[in-house]
Design a protein around this ligand. Structure first.
Ligand SMILES: NC(=O)c1ccc[n+]([C@@H]2O[C@H](COP(=O)([O-])OP(=O)(O)OC[C@H]3O[C@@H](n4cnc5c(N)ncnc54)[C@H](OP(=O)(O)O)[C@@H]3O)[C@@H](O)[C@H]2O)c1
Length: 325
């Protein structure tokens, strides 16, 4: 592809979409198009079709989605399944109709069964029950993968299309959501330790035992993996995937306990008080780690280790006054 190809990044104001835009700009792509949610509601079929007919992009990164934590997923299941299904169906179908040959869909590790063997390989998809709290969201994400696969199967040869999917592990980095009740673990810890530091508190209480193990990837690594997968040679992609199991895991390849994560955050923030674990609060699954060896085999590895990523994230937190939320 050429550096002047027109690339549409859907969801460019989100944490992942903005990192993809930064990555493409750094790599010299000069024709990136974006629309805010207000300018283009991706759940609206007519608006999406009109946008694609006017702009005719060459490539699409689909990083727009209705995203939220456990509370939001549990309380607004209809919004999560409806909006995500509509966004995916509208974007993928409209892209196909105007002749987009290459599209990358971003899913999530919650597509895998709750009790999947660890680390989770791509082929455990649809082999068991999902986690009930985010099942509607996960079903929509699975539908996104299946949309890409079905368009490839029906039109891949006749129309030369190649739509791919990546499944990120837990992400963190600049532009994260620091909402006090609705954020993921890293931004929630950053906020709590930062507030404890500036209030001279002696102790930070962390929910759960600290024993569960989780995997975290810095968002710029996710963006580099996305651009890498989008541009992988078709033969290499096809050898490493299957027509009906075509998605690729993107993770760090290693996990750590919430207790260790908490120690890292404490150090990066410079809090010198105590940490205590509130074991009356639920722990969730003991372990969630993705098997990213397929992507490693296709020559992609993460570059940013946790401590460096946390430092960059905290710098972004301080410079953007997210703490004023
Ligand atoms: N963050 C993670 O840890 C993580 C982990 C795994 C997978 N992912 C996946 O990565 C993708 C991006 O996540 P993110 O963390 O970047 O989420 P995010 O920060 O919430 O960004 C999502 C973007 O999508 C836009 N959007 C939502 N509904 C829209 C609509 N109807 N029309 C137009 N734009 C719409 C949002 O705009 P508004 O804010 O204006 O609505 C926002 O800019 C998602 O598919 C998510 O599942 C994220």
């Amino acid at each position: 592809m050429s550096k002047s190809d027109k690339i549409y990044v859907a969801g460019h104001r989100g944490m992942v979409g903005s990192a993809i835009v930064r990555m493409l700009q750094n790599q010299g792509f000069e024709n990136i198009i974006t629309r805010t949610h207000n300018e283009l509601d991706l759940t609206n079929q007519q608006q999406v079709q009109q946008f694609f007919s006017q702009e005719k992009p060459d490539q699409v990164y689909l990083a727009a989605a209705k995203v939220g934590g456990i509370f939001a997923n549990d309380n607004y299941p209809a919004d999560f399944i409806y909006q995500n299904l509509m966004i995916e169906a509208n974007v993928i179908n409209s892209a196909f109709k105007i002749g987009v040959k290459k599209l990358l869909f971003l899913g999530s590790s919650c597509i895998y069964p709750k009790l999947a063997d660890q680390p989770m390989r791509e082929d455990v998809l649809l082999s068991g029950y999902l986690e009930p709290t985010n099942e509607p969201y996960a079903i929509a994400k699975i539908a996104g993968i299946k949309l890409c696969e079905s368009y490839n199967r029906q039109y891949g040869e006749s129309h030369g299309i190649d739509y791919r999917s990546v499944m990120p592990t837990n992400l963190y980095g600049p532009g994260d959501n620091y909402h006090p009740e609705n954020s993921h673990v890293i931004p929630a810890l950053i906020r709590r330790f930062h507030e404890a530091k500036i209030n001279n508190s002696k102790k930070v209480v962390v929910w759960g035992s600290g024993n569960p193990k989780r995997e975290f990837l810095y968002v710029d690594d996710m963006a580099s993996a996305s651009v890498h997968v989008m541009n992988l040679d078709k033969e290499i992609y096809n050898i490493n995937t299957d027509k009906m199991c075509s998605h690729i895991n993107v993770g760090m390849g290693k996990d750590l306990s919430i207790r260790s994560l908490t120690e890292y955050v404490k150090k990066v923030i410079g809090f010198d008080g105590e940490i205590s674990f509130d074991t009356s609060k639920p722990d969730g699954s003991p372990r969630k780690l993705m098997d990213s060896s397929k992507l490693n085999y296709m020559n992609w590895y993460p570059q940013i280790q946790l401590e460096k990523g946390l430092t960059l994230t905290y710098e972004d937190y301080l410079s953007n006054s997210y703490n004023i939320l």
